[in-house]
Design a protein around this ligand. Structure first.
Ligand code: SF4
Length: 342
């Protein structure tokens, strides 16, 4: 089953490694909500991929709490479990089962080429575990277990999706046509740098804003955000194309007021607008838009039993598809006889 009632199927996952931040929100969550609210939405499955989070060291017992917190955040951002399937990866054991099977299908050479592994291994020198190396295989299983046709990706994830496509091709060649080759749904959000000017936003570097941050914290972080490095004095003309603050204006000011973004661009270039005012204005937009999310997040976090119920409903929907795929896969690889011969 690759489609439901003629709809394309979309799959994506998010790790429960703590509070979601601007990068997670703009790069994934906000687009999931837009997709859900589109006039003809896809059949979407979104998974809180807790087994992926094990690749980094975490305090024992924290994953369940992080999963509930992330569920609350996703609901607060507008995901509606009546319209999409939201579930926890470890609640559906077929993910790891198919992950093992793909480990016996994927090529070591393909995994060695994954640039993200090299980056993550550099960042986690004390804990370069096998899971860190092999997690694109589990990610391939996450996607193909649901025979998803579409996977939302940023440009840094294209290589992993190509591995999923390669797993599908290799499996199909060896065991017969089973899996579709999922296509990328490329993110429309430009790559965001950290507020400190480093290549990526990340919680561990503290160079981003988390969704539950208080207005004064958001304003303080924006105040020191790195802008155009060539703009040393107030009267220097700016280059918005290299400024992360301008990129963020595109995300927070642009959707409701594209004319204002065009004016910021022009005023930056002519030096009519200074960075201090520009950053204040961005902080206002972020505070405005994250405020209601923060309130809903707090309300959901006070209802852990309801969060667990919602995850259980999602598990049931996901498990039905996963079970059917794995019954087919077990027969294909020959660990079970076909049903009509039993
Ligand atoms: Fe960036 Fe705004 Fe300063 Fe221009 S005015 S360099 S867009 S912060």
């Amino acid at each position: 089953m690759t489609e439901s009632k003629g709809r394309q199927r979309i799959f994506s996952g998010i790790q429960p490694t703590g509070e979601p931040h601007l990068g997670n929100y703009l790069g994934a969550i906000r687009q999931w909500v837009q997709q859900q609210n589109a006039p003809a939405p896809h059949d979407a499955l979104y998974s809180i991929v807790d087994y992926h989070a094990l690749t980094i060291e975490m305090e024992p017992g924290s994953l369940d709490r992080f999963t509930l917190d992330l569920t609350a955040s996703l609901l607060a951002c507008g995901l509606d479990p009546e319209r999409i399937t939201l579930f926890r990866q470890s609640d559906v054991p077929e993910h790891t089962e198919l992950g093992w099977i793909f480990s016996c299908v994927a090529a070591m050479g393909d995994l060695h080429r994954m640039t993200q592994f090299k980056d993550k291994a550099d960042q986690n020198k004390d804990n370069v575990n096998v899971g860190l190396f092999a997690y694109p295989v589990l990610q391939s299983a996450d996607i193909l277990l649901y025979k998803a046709n579409l996977v939302p990706v940023g440009d840094d994830q294209v290589q992993h999706l190509e591995l999923a496509r390669e797993c599908a091709r290799r499996f199909n060649r060896r065991f017969g046509e089973t899996f579709p080759e999922p296509q990328p749904l490329l993110s429309t959000v430009p790559r965001l740098k950290g507020l400190d000017g480093s290549a990526k936003m990340s919680k561990s570097k503290g160079n981003t804003v988390s969704l539950s941050e208080a207005p004064e914290q958001i304003r303080a972080k924006l105040k020191v955000a790195v802008t155009d490095p060539a703009r040393l004095r107030r009267n220097d003309p700016g280059h918005p194309e290299v400024c992360n603050v301008f990129t963020l204006h595109g995300c927070f000011t642009g959707p409701a007021n594209p004319a204002r973004v065009a004016a910021i661009e022009a005023d930056c270039r002519s030096a009519a607008l200074g960075c201090v005012d520009c950053k204040k204005e961005l902080a206002d937009r972020i505070v405005e838009q994250l405020g209601p999310i923060r309130d809903r997040q707090a309300a959901w976090r006070a209802r852990p039993d309801d969060l667990r119920d919602l995850l259980e409903k999602g598990r049931r929907k996901a498990a039905e598809i996963a079970r059917a795929t794995m019954e087919e896969v077990r027969v294909r690889i020959g660990v079970r006889a076909p049903p009509n011969s039993r």
